[in-house]
Design a binder for this molecule. Sequence first.
Ligand SMILES: [Zn+2]
Length: 341
Amino acid sequence: MPVGTQGTVKAVPQDTLESLGAQIILGNTYHLYLRPGHEAIRRMGGLHRFISWPHGLLTDSGGFQVFSLNELRKVTDDGVRFRSHLDGSSHFFTPEHAIDVQIALGADICMAFDECTEYPADRPRAEESMRLTMAWARRSLDHFRAHSHEVPWFGPEVCCMQCFGIVQGGMYTDLRRQCAERLVEMDFDGYAIGGLSVGEPRELTLEMIAETLPLLPKDKPRYVMGVGYPDEIEQYARMGVDMMDCVLPTRAARHGLLFTSEGRLNIKNKQFAEDQGPLDPLCDCMVCRRYSRAYLRHLMQSSEALSGTLNTIHNLAFYLGIMRRVRDSLQSESTAPVLDR
Ligand SMILES: [Zn+2]
């Protein structure tokens, strides 16, 4: 899922996302709540209509952004008080309020309010944080079930919004297990593994996913939040992860870091100054078909707006291409005749 923090996948128009084959994008509850405000978006018919995106849309719970505010937040059993990074104003998010905001935005999938455990966290801290996440998951789901019909687009002919629970537990496999089992009992529409890619070594990320994934029902979407590099997303998808989101392809693109079939490259490097070849000779995206590395470097060096757009289009094409290939190969594996092994 490309990340569209402010209701836009930065620098890329919606029709381009469609032509790249993006099926679902992510919006950030925290940012949209502060600006333009969830009630304003509700009055405009919900996020789909407001941003003109008639496809899949997921909103996070705001928990991760609030967690990122550090000194600007205070957590109690009831919820989190935080200060806006925009104007310093004070806000209080409870699980119920986080769900109300997401219902007003009216995406297809909303996320239970959780506390993203920091890394490193000692065991008592991870345990306490997981306890909070489980209590908030219960409250989020109860509130969601009572109010999900209040989405701006609710009608008899459209299927309803879904709510996913988030597994926390720090880097402790038994806490992850406990959290996953409790969430599965609550019977969410899908399950996410959160609190990863928060600074831990990659082997630990992999271990937590490998331990947690088998505990989550196979017939419901399983989502790993906030990952990753191209080789990571391929590896996790092959392990059975159905959904992932990451700002990496779009954020890195705006800084000139591009992912290609030949590895990563920094388009700002002088070696590309007169390189007339395409960014990635094996990529058939609209950028690689038309522009040279030299031109992309020139745009970046000149801080032209088009630079961010073209770089982002290529990185998204590269990421979405990986997922398409994984899907195709899983599809052919599942339909291929079973041969003697
Ligand atoms: Zn390309």
